[in-house]
Design a protein around this ligand. Structure first.
Ligand SMILES: Cc1cc2nc3c(=O)[nH]c(=O)nc-3n(C[C@H](O)[C@H](O)[C@H](O)COP(=O)(O)OP(=O)(O)OC[C@H]3O[C@@H](n4cnc5c(N)ncnc54)[C@H](O)[C@@H]3O)c2cc1C
Length: 499
């Protein structure tokens, strides 16, 4: 009955005379109001809830919305897609809104289908599995698993969507032991663009399951997904080591990192780096965090190659519950604000490169140019040049084309977050096109075949399709896109190009 009401409104809007015409937005709103479940909501600009549900971690190149449909359940997601279609409104289904892609700004005055209600985490301890909602965050997952002595690879930000990250790959701590986040995904309940729901797994729609794990945001909305989870190493307490190095130690650090990767990082070890401006000492420094998912004595041995540099400005070694790591890394000292998930609305450009080797000269050159930028453009001092260098034994243990994630051989990921001042109109061109130049410097020496390799979750959005999806995977992904999203309804975030 409710759907019928919606379609009736459309027929008036499309075919009605001047007096009876209903604007598309009115048609959309009336459709949503008449078809969403009692638990669902509709927000318009100015309503309490609208700003909160639409703000993104990065507001640069962000889409704009004139209506939010807050979906409470599967029915509401379907109803929202149907209403968007019937009113001719572009729509985006959002998770925790940490994604970034150039081109999103072309979605104007659309419908945001907000899925914050899909944040449940149900753990089956005996079976070592968990089923999570499509918008559950890393924090939701970590807290639920820590309670029962389990864990799974998660990323370095508590507020990123677990499914959102998994659909691209999912880089993070514990990947040396268990692989990419999506390597632990066993199945997903997927609402296709035509609103039918399918269960996908190795046994059911296996080709779609392959593509979902690598290009997943192209084929519909994952309502929930089931993952394998693991007994937490060392009782769920990790060894956490933080170092802060001056610029003068950057070469020694990258040489040590290069050598350590050549020797082989222990599987439980994950390093992350952050080249940032330290306002307390008025200088750019390199913070290096190392997390070891194992006993403290092993962890201490694993980070000796960093301690041996002997030039850190400070260091700090702690034992941290696994679900509290993000509050503690980089000298954060158990800062609870890290886990408060209101996307901040920064204005910046992000770029990334996957690397198969560490070219010391390139990393030093990029670090120095980044430091020069801080001096020349003080308004850029909230920027960060970050790296993820986690052990990858369990990532490369899977066959190369096990999932649609193409860069399993990567030993690390260099990311760049160029944060322009909040109230400025600064763009990449105003800082000498440094973002692209630095990305290209690392890419040219990354030891990757065929040039630039980019993890889609860290990409900018203007890379060649082969740099994100790979030459080998594109034909399969194109075939899936043609079959499951022929109208391109899920084309706003890193769409698979059909040509
Ligand atoms: C601060 C920060 C830290 C990060 N750290 C890591 C990290 O450690 N490891 C890592 O791998 N990545 C990391 N990322 C990248 C992150 O994985 C991607 O940005 C990812 O797209 C974010 O997902 P989201 O659901 O939070 O974002 P959203 O912006 O809500 O979603 C991004 C896209 O994915 C789609 N999407 C989200 N959920 C679903 C779903 N359930 N079904 C279908 N489509 C969906 C949305 O429709 C949208 O098109 C980080 C990003 C940021 C900003």
């Amino acid at each position: 009955m409710r759907l019928l009401g919606c379609l009736t409104a459309l027929s008036v809007a499309v075919g009605g005379g001047a007096a009876a015409a209903i604007a598309p937005k009115d048609s959309l709103v009336s459709c949503l109001r008449s078809t969403l479940s009692p638990e669902g909501s509709v927000y318009l600009p100015g309503d309490s809830g609208f700003a909160n549900d639409t703000i993104r971690w990065n507001r640069y190149h962000a889409p704009t919305f004139s209506v939010v449909g807050a979906a409470a359940n599967e029915h509401d997601v379907r109803a929202s897609i149907t209403c968007a279609m019937s009113s001719g409104t572009p729509f985006l289904i959002t998770g925790p809104r940490h994604g970034f892609s150039l081109g999103w700004e072309t979605l104007k005055d659309g419908l945001e289908i907000y899925t914050g209600a899909f944040h449940h985490v149900n753990v089956d301890v005996e079976a070592s599995t968990m089923t999570i909602g499509g918008a559950a965050s890393m924090k939701d997952v970590s807290d639920a698993l820590q309670l029962v002595g389990k864990n799974i690879p998660v990323g370095g930000s508590s507020c990123v969507g677990m499914v959102g990250a998994s659909l691209g790959g999912g880089i993070g701590r514990l990947q040396g032991l268990y692989g990419l986040m999506h390597d632990s995904m066993l199945s997903a309940r997927l609402m296709l663009p035509n609103t039918t729901v399918v269960e996908v797994s190795e046994c059911s729609h296996p080709e779609l399951f392959w593509g979902l794990r690598g290009a997943g945001f192209n084929f519909g909305f994952v309502l929930n997904a089931t993952y394998r989870v693991y007994d937490a190493p060392a009782g769920g307490t990790n060894f956490n080591a933080d170092f802060e190095f001056p610029m003068s130690s950057v070469r020694a650090f990258y040489q040590a990192l290069h050598d350590q990767i050549e020797i082989g990082m222990p599987a439980p070890l994950c390093l992350s780096t952050a080249l940032q401006f330290n306002h307390a000492i008025n200088a750019t420094t390199l913070k290096v965090n190392a997390v070891y998912a194992g006993p403290e004595d092993e962890g201490r041995r694993a980070v000796e190659f960093l301690a041996d540099l002997g030039t850190d400005l400070r260091h700090n070694f702690t034992q941290v519950p696994w679900n509290r790591l993000n509050r503690n890394v980089d000298f954060l000292n158990n800062n609870p604000l890290v886990d408060v998930c209101n996307p901040g609305g920064i204005r910046g450009d992000t770029y990334g490169v996957a690397v198969n080797t560490i070219d010391v000269d390139a990393h030093v050159s990029v670090s120095e140019q980044f430091d020069d930028m801080m001096a020349k453009y003080p308004e850029m001092r909230s920027s960060g040049n970050g790296g993820y260098f986690c052990a990858n034994q369990a990532v490369v243990a899977r066959p190369k084309h096990h999932t649609a994630y193409p860069w399993r051989q990567a030993v690390g990921y260099q990311t760049f977050g160029f944060v322009y001042g909040a109230n400025t109109t600064t763009t990449e061109a105003d800082i000498d096109n440094l973002p692209t130049k630095l990305r290209d410097t690392i890419a040219a020496t990354a030891g990757t075949q065929g040039g630039l390799n980019v993890y889609v979750g860290f990409s900018h959005g203007n890379e060649p399709a082969t740099a994100i999806w790979s030459e080998a995977n594109l034909p399969r992904l194109r075939a899936l896109k043609r079959e499951y999203d022929p109208k391109g309804l899920f084309n706003w975030y890193h769409p698979i190009p059909l040509e």
